[in-house]
Design a protein around this ligand. Sequence first.
Ligand SMILES: NC(=O)c1ccc[n+]([C@@H]2O[C@H](COP(=O)([O-])OP(=O)(O)OC[C@H]3O[C@@H](n4cnc5c(N)ncnc54)[C@H](O)[C@@H]3O)[C@@H](O)[C@H]2O)c1
Length: 257
Amino acid sequence: MKIAIVGYGRMGHAVESALIARGHTVSAVVEPAGSTDAPADVYGEVSGTSLAGCDVAIEFSLGEAVVSNARAYAETGCPAVVGTTGWTYQLDEVRTTVETSDIGFVYGSNFSIGAHIFLAVSRYAASLVRNIEDYDLLIHEMHHKQKKDSPSGTALTLAQSVLDVVPRKRRIETGRLDRAPEPDELHVSSSRVGWVPGTHTLTMDSAADTIEVRHQARSRGGFALGAVLAAEWIIGKSGLYSVESFVQALLHEDQGE
Ligand SMILES: NC(=O)c1ccc[n+]([C@@H]2O[C@H](COP(=O)([O-])OP(=O)(O)OC[C@H]3O[C@@H](n4cnc5c(N)ncnc54)[C@H](O)[C@@H]3O)[C@@H](O)[C@H]2O)c1
């Protein structure tokens, strides 16, 4: 497939490696800041010109850019995979744009397939202690020191899933705890250090033992691979899809689900 890379920053470079490893080619790079190492012609914006001849676009750019880029994908009929974060308060606008066109559009804040497997396994593990009050639960996440948000979106998704399956936990506490946690609180803690690409741990602790479920990303490669797999999947579909619906389809595709 011919794939346009939209946003040629840290993730855009990781996407380039992942798509070449899967036998695709880069048809164009859209990068307003310009680039000296791009593998194809570089354009300043998403348009009919930059998307000419491309089968699908993969975007990791800036939240502010997503709404207008979505309009350009719709106008040019180019399907898109958008991993950019910080724009979902505008999701309704993007949904309208996508649904009044024929394009397919996959979006989400975590394209790592491994992270989604971790979320599913963690949810199941937490559900096993729902009736065993001896086990208390904790979520901890660790990321590199450039990360701006805290806790991570993935930690919050995991926390909500624990609340869904463990009725004695009713509230998420993300602050510093200088007291004993209340029994209905689920503490979600964060650390920022060095270059860690992202580690999430669910701990279930009793007087007798500790059970941990952990996902440790090694690089941005996992996010990039997930985005390329989503680009292969979206071809021929139309409509707005969350990354979760794509991952569900991927994980269960041999099971007829
Ligand atoms: N969904 C996921 O799995 C996942 C994983 C990692 C990062 N992210 C998100 O991806 C985004 C990019 O992350 P990054 O680490 O590559 O950031 P980055 O700052 O390294 O790269 C972003 C690039 O987008 C460019 N850009 C700005 N405006 C643009 C526009 N209108 N059109 C195209 N490109 C534009 C910037 O010049 C920059 O080069 C962030 O929102 C980040 O949170 C998502």
